[in-house]
Write a protein that binds this ligand. Structure first.
Ligand code: GDP
Ligand code: GDP
Length: 455
């Protein structure tokens, strides 16, 4: 590496940075208007505006990446939620429950200027039950005079209240230090406990695509093994289902089966639940209603799974209802609307008739295989050498940037670091990704490519 002009420490640092496994997940929960979204904005460094002024605006995005003191983690924001027909306590509890379920640690936000309310107490009970580490954020402590309000929150029994002004940034550093102490280095529940255990599948898709029908179909025809894995009682919504002779863990099946009819905020709930399930899973089986046009909501769900770095299988459901014409248009729509996951294995199923159910398992296995693929450095560099020689990067400003060497820094999903002599254009990166896929497979998995440029 050194002879190519890269410092060995740079190379090692780049590989380490790119090769991180799945990130631990932090959930931010609390009543409406306590400042959750403002706090999330603070935590992620305002890279994305998440505070909406207009009530009723649907936000699909609920998971963000953040970094503090050199450690990276994901943040699940529950601030996009609105009170619904269930009433405030039930609603806050339900949204907090989903977020807590998927999280490795929780920031519980309380408005210190208001003090602890009955709803706050209800969330405290949930937090106790879940047993996850909690950092208590006493928000809206904009100045020293409000510190006393924060101290009142000792009464919640969650330990030290951290006085914070999410709006002005006051106290957020100390609170984040506490968050890092509470967060495990790697997400314990997603992968730590899954080693050697059943694979985790998130069955996701917009409402009415047929998720519960599909789950019922596979669970009835095959066999529901047990409802609980020994020792994982805090995971009551996951279900073990035997399919194709293999036991799989379908995560958040309660979310699929629960028929809570919500008016306001229903889309947001659905997004939160989807994000939570995706966080817990290794594979996302994305169900799409083939009888209807592919929608923006379908695309958002796909993006969620891809951005989370999960293995992906696309299942086009309700195939029994398709006529010749619809089939024609569906193929056109897939090409244009779902180009971002052209690499995902696809099955055309019917949860009603059972059509092609047996193809689901091979597709899932293919996706997992791609997700776990590791290309040896020697093979990768032989490939890159040939690629660069045959298809050099276009000359820019009299110079020709070149990929010098590369390495796969991690799997699940595959992550590559390429070292280059100059800026590599987006189009060329895409080209490299395409060729990597042609050469090594990677069916059913997103791949990450980062490029380091020699100074
Ligand atoms: P959420 O519903 O819990 O996500 O709350 P928001 O983040 O949307 O904040 C609700 C309101 O409280 C907004 O008007 C914020 O500007 C305000 N707010 C949030 N944090 C603070 C704070 O630290 N101090 C003060 N004074 N206001 C805040
Ligand atoms: P979910 O909201 O994604 O869980 O969707 P459901 O499983 O509740 O299904 C929504 C509707 O689609 C129900 O009326 C189902 O009977 C119907 N449905 C689900 N799968 C199929 C299918 O393969 N073919 C047909 N024709 N209808 C289906």
């Amino acid at each position: 590496a050194a002879e190519e002009g890269f410092d060995i420490e740079d190379v090692e640092g780049a590989i380490e940075a790119a090769g991180h496994g799945p990130l631990p997940v932090l959930a931010v929960v609390g009543r409406p208007n306590v400042g959750k979204s403002t706090l999330v904005n603070r935590i992620i460094g305002r890279r994305e505006a998440v505070v909406e002024d207009k009530p009723g605006v649907t936000r699909d995005r609920v998971t963000y990446e953040a970094e503090w003191a050199g450690r990276r983690f994901k943040v699940v924001d529950t601030g996009g939620w609105e009170q619904d027909v269930l009433g405030i306590d039930a609603s806050v509890a339900a949204q907090a429950e989903y977020a807590i379920e998927a999280a490795d640690a929780v920031v519980f936000v309380v408005d210190a200027t208001v003090g602890a309310t009955d709803t706050d107490e209800a969330v405290v009970r949930l937090l106790r039950k879940a047993g996850k580490p909690v950092v208590l954020c006493a928000n809206k402590v904009d100045g020293p005079s409000a510190e006393a309000d924060a101290a009142m929150l000792w009464s919640l029994g969650l330990g030290e209240p951290h006085p914070v002004s999410a709006l002005h940034g006051r106290g957020t550093g100390d609170m984040l230090d506490a968050v890092l102490e509470a967060l495990p280095e790697a997400p314990a529940q997603t992968f730590g406990t899954a080693v050697g255990g059943p694979r985790r599948i998130a069955l996701i898709g917009r409402p009415n695509v047929g998720k519960s029908s599909l789950l019922n179909k596979v669970a009835n025809e095959e066999r529901v093994v047990v409802n609980e894995l020994a020792g994982t009682t805090r995971d009551p919504v996951d279900e073990l289902i035997e399919l194709g002779g293999i036991t799989w863990k379908f995560v958040d099946t309660a979310g699929i089966r629960k028929r809570v009819h919500l008016q306001q905020g229903a889309d947001y709930y659905a997004s939160l639940r989807t994000a939570a399930a995706v966080e817990k899973a290794e594979v996302a089986v994305i169900l799409i209603d083939a009888s209807e046009s592919i929608s923006v909501q379908d695309q958002r769900i796909v993006t969620m799974a891809v951005e989370a770095g999960r293995a992906v299988v696309l299942a086009y459901n309700k195939w029994d209802t398709l006529d010749e014409e619809r089939r024609y248009y569906l193929e056109r729509e897939i090409e244009t609307e779902l180009a971002q996951v052209a690499w995902a294995p696809r099955v055309n199923v019917s949860a009603r008739t059972g059509r092609h159910m047996e193809k689901l398992v091979p597709a899932i296995e293919t996706a997992i295989e791609g997700w776990e693929t590791r290309v040896p450095t020697g093979r990768l560099n032989a490939f890159l050498g040939e690629l660069v020689a045959a298809h050099p990067h276009p000359v820019r400003g009299g110079k020709q940037p070149r990929i010098l060497f590369g390495t796969q820094a991690g799997t699940k999903p595959p992550r590559f670091v390429l070292f280059a002599s100059g800026f590599i254009e987006h189009g060329y990166r895409r080209f490299v990704e395409r060729r990597l896929r042609e050469e090594f497979g990677f069916e059913g998995t997103p791949i990450h490519i980062s490029v380091r440029v020699r100074e």
